[in-house]
Ligand binder design. Structure first.
Ligand code: NI
Length: 172
C-alpha cells in the first residue's frame, strides 16, 4: 500500500469525466488499498479516484469512527464504503444546506445545497452490485464524491466560499 498524491484543480484530470471501472483485477485492488491509506492519512471522509490522478469511476467514503460520530450516525460511523461506477438511483426532494471542504482544494470551505437523502447503486470492490441508502452527512459525502467523477467540484455549486470555518459551523 502507498499514499498517493492528491491532485489540485490545476491538474486537468480533476475536471475530466472519469471512465467506468471495467476490471476488478490486482491493479484495481491496489488502487482501492492506496486510496484508503491516502484518505486515512489526509485525513478525510471521502475520496474519488480522479483526486489521485486516476480517471476511473471509483469512490471511497468513511465517516469518522469516534464517540461523537457513533452517537450521531450509529452504525454508519467508521464504516468503509468502496463503490465503483456509483450512480444516484434515488434522491429526496428535500434539500439541505451544509458546509463542505475538499482534499483537492486545501483551506477552502463552502456552503452547498444537497439532497437530504440518496440511494446510491454501484459495484463493490469485487464487482458485486451494492445499493446504499444514505442520509444527512453520509448522503452529502456521496453526492460530493460522485460529482468528482464528472469533473464537478463543490466550489462550482457553492452558495458561498470562505477560507476559515466560522465557529458556529465547526460542530456541524
Ligand atoms: Ni472533494
Amino acid at each position: 500500500m502507498a499514499i498517493r498524491e492528491i491532485i489540485q484543480p490545476d491538474n486537468p484530470i480533476l475536471r475530466k469525466k472519469a471512465h467506468r471501472v471495467q476490471s476488478f483485477d490486482g491493479k484495481f485492488q491496489t488502487l482501492v488499498e492506496d486510496m484508503i491509506e491516502t484518505l486515512d492519512d489526509a485525513p478525510g471522509v471521502g475520496l474519488a479516484a480522479p483526486q489521485v490522478a486516476v480517471s476511473q469511476r471509483l469512490i471511497i467514503v468513511r465517516l469518522p469512527d469516534d464517540d461523537e460520530s457513533r452517537e450521531e450516525y450509529g452504525r454508519e460511523a467508521g464504516k468503509l464504503y468502496v463503490v465503483a461506477n456509483p450512480e444516484i438511483a434515488r434522491a429526496s426532494k428535500e434539500m439541505v444546506e451544509g458546509t463542505e471542504a475538499c482534499l483537492s482544494i486545501p483551506g477552502l470551505f463552502g456552503t452547498v445545497d444537497r439532497h437530504q437523502s440518496v440511494t446510491v447503486k454501484g459495484l463493490d470492490r469485487h464487482g458485486k452490485p451494492v445499493r446504499i441508502k444514505a442520509k444527512d452527512w453520509l448522503a452529502r459525502v456521496f453526492q460530493h464524491e460522485i460529482d468528482h467523477l464528472d469533473g464537478r467540484l463543490y466550489i462550482d455549486i457553492a452558495k458561498d466560499i470562505w477560507r476559515e470555518v466560522p465557529q458556529e459551523e465547526v460542530e456541524s
